[in-house]
Structure formats: C-alpha cells, structure tokens
Ligand binder design. Structure first.
Ligand code: MRU
Length: 351
C-alpha cells in the first residue's frame, strides 16, 4: 500500500454551507472510506451511539458541530424559546454515550455560550455557536500535536510500542492522542515498531489503528488482545501508549475495555505505561475511577458481531462493558498538551 498523509482523512468537519456535520463512517473501515452528512439530532445521536464517529475527543467535536447545526434549525421568537429547544437537543446528544467526558464537556461549553449571551438575538447566538464549535475543533487539533511532542520526548528511535483500541487520527480532529507521537516519530525517522491490540469486541485496533498506521507507512503488527503478554515477554515492547475517555483527579483512567489488563502486564514486565489525552478529558468533578459510569453495550457485540454465525450458545449470559478503569498506581505518566504528569497525580494533574 502506498503511504498517504493521515490528514487526508477528514474524521469530522462541517459541510461548506455549515448545514450538516460530515463524518467518516468508522463502521465501514477498513473496507470503505464513506463520508456521511448528518443534520438532525437523531442522526447525530445514532452516529455517536453506533460508533460511526467515536473516540473521546472526536465525539466532543461531533457534538459541538452537531448542536450548532441543530441550533440553526431552531425557530424561536426569543431567547427563552431558543434556549428551551437548545437544552432539549443538548441533553439528548449527551445521552448518546456516558463514559467519555469530552462529549458532555463540549456540549457544556456550547451551552455556556448561549447562557453568557442571553441578551443577543437568535442569529447572533447561532453565529457565536459556530465560532465556539470551530474553536473546540481547532483546540483539539493543537492539543493533539502538543501531546505528541510531549510524549515523543520520552521515546527513543527504534522502540517497540504497544497500543490498545484506537486513539489515533480517527478518534480526534487530527493526528490522535496515543498515536500522535508515532506520527511525529514517523516524520522524523524514529522507525517505531508498533503492536496494535485488535481490541475485542468492536475491533477498533484491527479495523482502525492497523488501518490508519499502515496507510501512513508506519511499521504496525496486529495482535489479538491475548497476545500482548507474549510480545512483551519477548522484549519487543519498550513502552505502552493508550488514550483515555475520562481521567479522575487521583489519576485513575477510564479507557477502552482491556486497557487495565495491558497496564497490569506492563507492570509485570517493567514496561512504562503512558496515558495520553487532552486536558478536556480530565474530569474535575470526578475524584476517582469508582465514580466513572461505564457504558454497557449490546450482548450481540460479543456473541455475533463479525462472525458469519453466532459463536455463543443462545441465551448465555453476556457481560459487555465498553470501558474499564486503570488504577493510577499502574500508570507511569499522564501526558497532556500541558506537559507530562507523573505520580502523585493528585498534585500533578491540577491544570
Ligand atoms: O468506544 P470507543 O471506540 O469510542 O472507545 C475509544 C477509546 O477508548 C479511546 O482510547 C479513547 O476514546 C481515546 S481516543 C483519543
């Protein structure tokens, strides 16, 4: 496959007339690059719920653009009418997925714009919402680059890196969080060897991480989740880099199901375990991992999805949590656009 620039893929953008949110449908990858145009709250909700757009920062940006697009459609005589409908759409979009704090954080930022400008007319409010949604997207892209630079300062050319799920270009507005140092390293000849966990049950590692790294010419090897120990034991992994959906104030981190297992393995083999994410993923209201709501998803994702026929007995009990919490004491550093936070995170995360 010939190498392509990762930024050719547009994960999320506004259409030129700003009447719809255009997303790359991640459920069609790696087979097809299909873009969807979404302009109703229902379509946006469904796209987030079904992971057509996914990854904590990406769903924040999609929700910000989404509520702007929906606000343009509100027919309201004055502020009260406008805000009532805005709030209804906001709460509805926020209900699409519970764990990634970026979704609610982006929607709260958009709501603050409305509340801070309650004396403006509706057209002016909509203009301000447009500006804020663009700012959320631009800040995310800038944060990802900084996160990449900060993490790269901890890595050396030729290292083997292991990652779980997809915290790459497809999960954000540009570049990624956990994959950002890999892309920067690629530009600078670091020659990393990356192991991508396939990430059961929704295969974000196989379908998305392997796809975007291979497309960009990065040396990537796909492994099943249960092979991580074997590649670590062979001495092929010098650091683990993962993303995050919510960071608690004590440094506990929610990320894709299976992340905590990788952290336990990394500790066993003495490999540094780095969590990368923007400061918008830090939840100041959340003291520790126990307070994080973990999304549970349909049992069919485990028993049927991707198989040509069902691979589990009918009616067997299935537990399908989409995320888990990695305890802070297994994390070597949390890397944001502000810098590298080391334990104790209660002190170092106070940005
Ligand atoms: O269910 P997903 O695919 O949205 O889960 C994504 C993850 O867990 C990512 O690691 C996280 O959102 C960070 S993305 C930069």
């Amino acid at each position: 496959m010939s190498e392509k620039n990762i930024t050719d893929l547009k994960t999320i953008r506004l259409s030129e007339d700003t009447n719809s949110v255009v997303i790359l449908d991640q459920t069609r990858l790696p087979g097809k690059e299909v873009y969807l145009s979404l302009s109703s709250a229902e379509d946006l909700w469904e796209a987030i719920y079904k992971l057509k757009v996914r990854g904590a920062p990406a769903i924040g940006v999609a929700a910000a653009y989404g509520i702007y697009v929906c606000s343009k459609q509100i027919k309201a005589a004055g502020f009260d009418d406008f805000y009532k409908e805005f709030k209804r759409v906001k709460d509805y979009l926020a209900s699409s997925r519970p764990t990634a704090v970026n979704l609610v954080a982006a929607l709260n930022r958009m709501e603050k714009v409305v509340l801070d400008n309650c004396r403006e007319d509706v057209q002016a409010l909509v203009r301000l919402l447009h500006k804020e949604s663009q700012a959320i997207r631009e800040e995310d892209a800038a944060a990802c680059r900084r996160i990449g630079e900060n993490c790269l300062s901890l890595l050396k050319p030729g290292m083997g890196l292991l990652t779980h799920c997809n915290a790459g270009h497809l999960a954000v507005s540009e570049y990624g969080t956990a994959l950002a140092p890999i892309y920067l390293g690629q530009e600078r000849g670091y020659d990393f060897k990356v192991f991508a966990d396939e990430t059961r049950p929704l295969l974000q590692g196989a379908r998305l991480t392997a796809y975007e790294l291979q497309r960009s010419g990065v040396h990537v090897t796909l492994i099943c989740d249960n092979m991580a120990s074997a590649v670590m034991q062979k001495g092929w992994v010098q650091a683990v880099v993962v993303g995050c959906d919510r960071i608690a104030m004590n440094g506990d981190v929610a990320n894709k199901i299976g992340t905590s297992g990788v952290a336990i393995l990394a500790r066993h083999y003495g490999i540094p375990f780095y969590v990368l994410g923007p400061i918008s993923t830090i939840d100041k209201q959340c003291p520790d991992g126990q307070s994080i709501v973990i999304e549970e998803r349909a049992p069919e994702e485990v028993s049927e999805m991707w198989y040509s026929h069902r691979m589990a007995p009918r009616d067997v009990r299935i537990f399908n949590p989409a995320f888990d919490v990695t305890p802070h004491d297994l994390i070597s550093a949390i890397i944001t656009e502000k810098g590298i936070a080391y334990p104790p995170f209660t002190d170092s995360l106070n940005y």
